[in-house]
Design a protein around this ligand. Structure first.
Ligand SMILES: [Zn+2]
Length: 312
């Protein structure tokens, strides 16, 4: 049983494998320490209220503005936000399960794929500087896989990212985005489901704590006066937390591609690779042994112990 024999008689090889595993595990844990905790705060529904929009544009933290298309001030606020260094997203209206949640320009499941794609392109044209999109409403459309694929193709072509607002737990939007190779994430916390300053402050603190725990978090709020008032106190809320507010694209670039597309299997694969590469079945070993070309190489490089045993 040369294979078994090798396992027992090549202690050096197993020491190498163990070292390799430890190094891989160390590198993996360091990589998460190097990235400081980051929080993306996306403000949806920007476009109807010029004053609120401008207050958000002028905030001294890197909040991301998700602008509704076909709104009175959307285009102007997108341009203004970009001038102030704010990241701009398209906040794309999508159909909801509740019929009273509707929008004049809305992506719906009753449209053909080409209609969906054409409307999305018109929406994108309405929001200059958009680096990515998230869904406005969408509790119906985000569960429709075919429609989601059609939309993601457009985003992939334009190298835009996608954030699933998660307005339903039945959403397939995030999975579909990733299947299409898009940088993508999901919303973790809604900041202002309750429009009260204390409640919103608590939600911001919850988002900060989540960022500390998992290294990142995505929070979504709205241009309400209460929300803006809390955001103006972000410095105090972030103090000594080690969390920084970053544009959504930065959060995704740091935490979504490697961390999310190649999750836990990566360190496992790193650990499994050396033993798998080194492993030889008995038949393979015999074949290799009989092959003179391999014999000298084996002797020198791989199995000096076996070689000695066989030759004896
Ligand atoms: Zn919205």
């Amino acid at each position: 049983m040369p294979g078994t024999f090798c396992l027992k008689s090549c202690p050096n090889r197993w020491i190498d494998v163990t070292r390799y595993c430890l190094l891989a595990a160390l590198l993996w844990s360091f990589s998460s320490l190097i990235n400081a905790a980051e929080l993306a705060i996306i403000i949806d529904d920007v476009g109807y209220n010029a004053t609120a929009g401008q207050q958000l544009v002028e905030l001294n933290h890197a909040v991301t503005l998700a602008v509704l298309p076909f709104t009175p001030h959307g285009k102007k606020l997108a341009n203004s936000g970009a001038r102030y260094g704010k990241e701009i997203m398209l906040h794309a209206p999508m159909s909801a399960t509740r019929p009273d949640y509707a929008d004049k320009h809305m992506l719906t499941g009753s449209m053909s794929n080409s209609q969906l794609q054409a409307l999305l392109k018109r929406m994108l044209a309405e929001v200059p500087h958009a680096r990515g999109i998230n869904n406005h409403m969408g509790s119906q459309l985000t569960r429709e896989t075919g429609a989601m694929h059609a939309l993601m193709h457009v985003l992939a072509d334009r190298q835009l990212y996608f954030i699933d607002s998660r307005t339903t737990d039945k959403t397939v939007a995030l999975d579909t985005a990733r299947e299409n190779g898009l940088p993508a994430m999901k919303r973790d916390v809604f900041l202002d489901n309750r429009r009260e300053k204390t409640a919103i402050t608590r939600q911001v603190q919850q988002a900060i704590q989540l960022a500390q725990r998992q290294g990142y978090a995505v929070a979504i709020g709205h241009p309400y006066p209460e929300t803006i008032a809390v955001l103006k106190q972000l410095d105090a809320l972030l103090a000594d937390t080690g969390v920084t507010v970053v544009p959504a694209s930065q959060l995704i670039a740091q935490h979504a591609p490697a961390a999310t597309y190649l999750p836990k299997p990566l360190p496992l694969a790193l650990c499994a690779a050396p033993p798998l590469l080194l492993w030889r079945t008995d038949a393979e070993l015999n074949r290799l042994w009989q092959d003179q070309q391999h014999r000298s190489r084996l002797k020198k490089l791989f199995y000096p112990d076996i070689v000695t045993q066989f030759e004896r």
